[in-house]
Design a protein around this ligand. Structure first.
Ligand SMILES: [Zn+2]
Length: 213
C-alpha cells in the first residue's frame, strides 16, 4: 500500500491518501480548510489518475472532517464514521463557531465504521476501536505494509488530548496499551498531527508510558 500525507488547516492536521489496486484510493480525514488546500488534494489525485472509492474518518473532531463536504461532493464516495462519534459530529458546527472557523457542514455518514476488517481498493484494513481521545475513535491497520493510520490517539512523543468533550485520559492510555502497543515494533504510525513514528519508538520513549507502566 502506498500512503501519502498532506498537512492541512489551522490545526496542521494530517490528511492521508491510501492507494490500493488499479489506482483506487481511500481518503482519510480530509482536513482541507480552503480552496487552496482543496486544489492541492485534487491535483495530487488527478495527476496520479487515482479514483477515490471511500472517505474514512478516524473520529469526528472538526479538524479531521472539515474537508468531508468537498470530498463527498467531488468524488461521491461513501463516508465511514463510527456511530459512537455521532454526538461529536453533531457538535462540529458549534465548535467551529466557538473557534471562529469557517466550516461547511459535513454530509451525514453513510456507513457505520465497525471494528473488524474493511476490504477496500484491494487492501485489507483492520479497524480497531481506540477510544479516549474521542469515544468512537477508530484506527486503521494495514498489516501487509505494517502501516497504521492512528489519528489522534498517539503522536511522536505524546498522546491525543483528552480535555475535549468525550475525552478520557485513563481510557486513552489503556486503549493505546491494548490496541497499539501490542503491535510489532516495526509498524509505522501515521499520526493525525506531526511526524510519523513507530510502535517500537513510542513504546520505548513516549513519556506517557514510562518503562514498566
Ligand atoms: Zn481529534
Amino acid at each position: 500500500m502506498e500512503c501519502h500525507s498532506f498537512e492541512f488547516g489551522p490545526f496542521a492536521e494530517n490528511t492521508y491518501i491510501l492507494i490500493g489496486k488499479e489506482k483506487q484510493c481511500i481518503i482519510v480525514d480530509p482536513g482541507c480548510y480552503n480552496a487552496h488546500e482543496e486544489i492541492i488534494l485534487t491535483d495530487f489525485i488527478q495527476s496520479r489518475n487515482l479514483h477515490p472509492v471511500a472517505l474514512l474518518n478516524t473520529h469526528a473532531h472538526i479538524d479531521h472532517i472539515m474537508g468531508n463536504d468537498y470530498v463527498k461532493h467531488k468524488w461521491n464516495v461513501p463516508l465511514y464514521l463510527s456511530h459512537l462519534d455521532i454526538p461529536l459530529f453533531e457538535r462540529a458546527e458549534s465548535m467551529a463557531a466557538l473557534w471562529n472557523l469557517k466550516y461547511t457542514p459535513s454530509p451525514q455518514p453513510d456507513i457505520d465504521l465497525q471494528k473488524g476488517t474493511l476490504e477496500l481498493t484491494g487492501l485489507s484494513l483492520e479497524v480497531c476501536h481506540v477510544p479516549g481521545h474521542a469515544p468512537g475513535h477508530m484506527v486503521f491497520i494495514h498489516h501487509d505494509s505494517k502501516t497504521v493510520i492512528c489519528g489522534d490517539t498517539l503522536f511522536q512523543g505524546s498522546i491525543g488530548r483528552t480535555d475535549l468533550p468525550g475525552g478520557n485520559h485513563e481510557e486513552l492510555l489503556s486503549s493505546i496499551r491494548e490496541q497499539l502497543f501490542t503491535l510489532p515494533d516495526d509498524y509505522t504510525l501515521h499520526c493525525g498531527h506531526g511526524p510519523s513514528t513507530t510502535v517500537g519508538h513510542e513504546r520505548a520513549h513516549n513519556p506517557f508510558f514510562p518503562a514498566g507502566s
